[in-house]
Write a protein that binds this ligand. Structure first.
Ligand code: 3UK
Length: 522
């Protein structure tokens, strides 16, 4: 172990991690591989070509230097609206190595979401792929506060060509702020979860290596994008930690595209979300892609129905390991494992994490009884940026409230029972019913609306809208379609209601609050 790095003692259970006093996490994830003789090994594969660990380390340094030349200083936030490509790695690690704070952002969002994040983060720079230029530039133009430096990724890469490939890691401590990830809230205002230098080490070792079994000879392909905590681990930190190879796909993760990537790059590990596995199963009725390189699949983001697990296993012969993670925890903390799968459950606690289920009185729920899930572990975010109320409500004495209701059974498996709030997971991505309702009522024919989650034929949740029209006579299939289109035009596309029901009125409390539970099916 050289200075700046971390000692991994796998003889202990859970694995003990000891961090050097001066610890910049870019050193063990990027520079370590040069010392360990992996300079010529391929770190990243994609249609754009291959990047070795040697090139990666040099490009990370060039990028850190190029960002500094733009006037970005230590501690400054760099928002990233970047597609899955090698440059994502350069910006993320270059910023960290130079002491800046990268903030990967969901690239499916819209200008008003970005404007909020620019203002909330007080970022000095936004780095973006050309695909997102329209929404990002609109957001930068309307954002209040000091001007933000916008850097199109191509221009940054050009600047990197002139920058030095040497960069000393900025001094840091394992507990120092390192990067943020935004997590959606019910009111549509997202919260920046502030992660530390050590957090990616903890998830990579405890979940990826010790639980999932990621190895140096693996090739990882995550259909979930790098800007999600889930994809960030799957497609970047896990392969980098293990000295493995990552396959990146810059486009939308459709069934056809993911099959093509698997056939072309032959990954051994595949990471998806339940909605994708369901769509892939449907596509497999008429397609017969060669999936033989894959040894194991992972699912997270929302509960994987037992039926999808079984159909996937029957059709492909492959296991899917369902596990629950969160942006705040950074990655999966309860999971099924190879040889220990209980379909329809989230599995058991990942060694190194602790879980508690509390009843409505705050007492430990008995085995078999449902309650609120709290977890504790060394990868959880320290706080939400600029939001002490949410921090105090969510992070209590080292425990993280997940917002999920769970049952622990007598065999140690955790059964997901739903959310404690009204938030929906659609295709593994957060979706606030309030935000969709606010958009629907902007439609000129709508008086009011309530949105709830409804299970589709695959038992996966999608938004359903109950709409009261100003004139009930206007109700028609055409208007229902028009309302869905109106949502697609103004919101991130996955948020549109899949069903629009016209109703005479909405169930409300005496104080006028919509009683969503009365609108939910079953
Ligand atoms: C829900 C699940 C049942 C649950 C994530 C893996 O999804 C991730 O992070 P988010 O912050 O959402 C967290 C919330 O999503 N959820 C996630 N996985 C499952 N519910 N079964 C599951 N397997 O409500 C949780 O609180 O978007 C997933 C790794 C990293 C992540 N950030």
């Amino acid at each position: 172990m050289r200075d700046h790095t971390v000692a991994v003692d796998s003889a202990q259970s859970p694995t003990a991690l000891t961090f050097a006093d001066n610890f910049n996490v870019a050193v063990p994830f990027i520079d370590r591989h040069i010392d360990e003789g992996r300079a010529d090994k391929v770190a990243i594969r994609s249609v754009a070509g291959e990047v070795t660990y040697g090139t990666l380390a040099a490009q990370v340094n060039r990028c850190g230097n190029a960002l500094a030349e733009l006037g970005i200083g230590r501690g400054d936030r760099v928002l990233m609206m970047v597609k899955d490509c090698a440059e994502f790695f350069y910006v993320f690690w270059g910023a960290i190595k130079a002491g800046m704070v990268p903030v990967p952002i969901n690239t499916l969002l819209r200008a008003h979401d970005y404007q909020y994040m620019i203002e909330d983060s007080g970022c000095t720079a936004v780095v973006y792929s050309p695909e997102f230029a329209t929404e990002v530039q609109e957001a930068m133009a309307s954002a209040a506060g000091s001007p933000v430096h916008g850097a199109l990724i191509d221009a940054l890469v050009e600047r990197m060509g002139r920058a030095s490939p040497e960069l000393e890691p900025a001094p840091a401590k394992a507990e120092d702020d390192c990067f943020w990830l935004y997590s959606s809230g019910t009111t549509g205002r997202s919260k920046g979860a502030v992660h530390r230098h050590r957090d990616m080490v903890v998830t990579s070792q405890l979940y990826a290596v010790d639980t999932l079994g990621v190895r140096e000879d693996d090739t990882c392909f995550s259909a979930a994008k790098l800007f999600f905590a889930y994809g960030l681990g799957n497609g970047m930190t896990f392969p980098l930690w293990a000295g493995a190879t990552s396959v990146l796909h810059p486009g939308p993760p459709t069934p056809a595209a993911t099959f093509e990537v698997i056939e072309a790059f032959r990954p051994t590990l595949f990471y998806g979300v339940p909605t994708l596995y369901a769509a892939q199963l449907q596509a497999l009725e008429t397609a017969n892609p060669d999936l033989s390189s894959v040894r194991l699949c992972v699912s997270a983001g929302e509960a994987l129905p037992a039926d999808i697990y079984r159909r996937w296993k029957d059709r492909t012969g492959l296991d899917i390991l369902d596990g629950i993670g969160s942006t705040e925890a950074l990655h999966i903390f309860i999971s099924n494992r190879e040889g220990d799968i209980e379909p329809g459950t989230s599995g058991r606690v990942v060694p190194g994490y602790e879980a508690r289920i509390l009843d409505e009185n705050g007492a430990e729920a008995a085995v078999g009884d449902s309650g609120q899930l709290l977890i504790r572990g060394d990868s959880t975010a320290g706080y939400y940026w600029n939001n002490p109320e949410k921090t105090n409500a969510t992070m209590v004495e080292g425990w993280l409230k997940t917002g999920d209701t769970y049952i622990l059974d007598a065999d140690g498996y955790y059964h997901y029972c739903g959310r404690d709030d009204d938030m929906l997971k659609v295709g593994g991505i957060w979706c606030s019913p309030f935000e969709i309702e606010a958009r629907i009522v902007e439609h000129p024919k709508v008086l009011e609306a309530a949105v709830v989650g409804r299970e589709d034929d695959d038992q996966l949740t999608k938004p359903e809208a109950h709409v009261v029209l100003k004139d009930p006579e206007d109700a028609s299939d055409d208007l229902a379609r028009d309302i869905a289109e109106h949502c697609k035009a103004g919101l991130a596309k996955y948020k549109y209601p899949r069903w629009v029901n016209f109703v005479d009125g909405l169930p409300k409390t005496a104080t006028g609050k919509i009683q969503r539970f009365k609108l939910r099916q079953g």
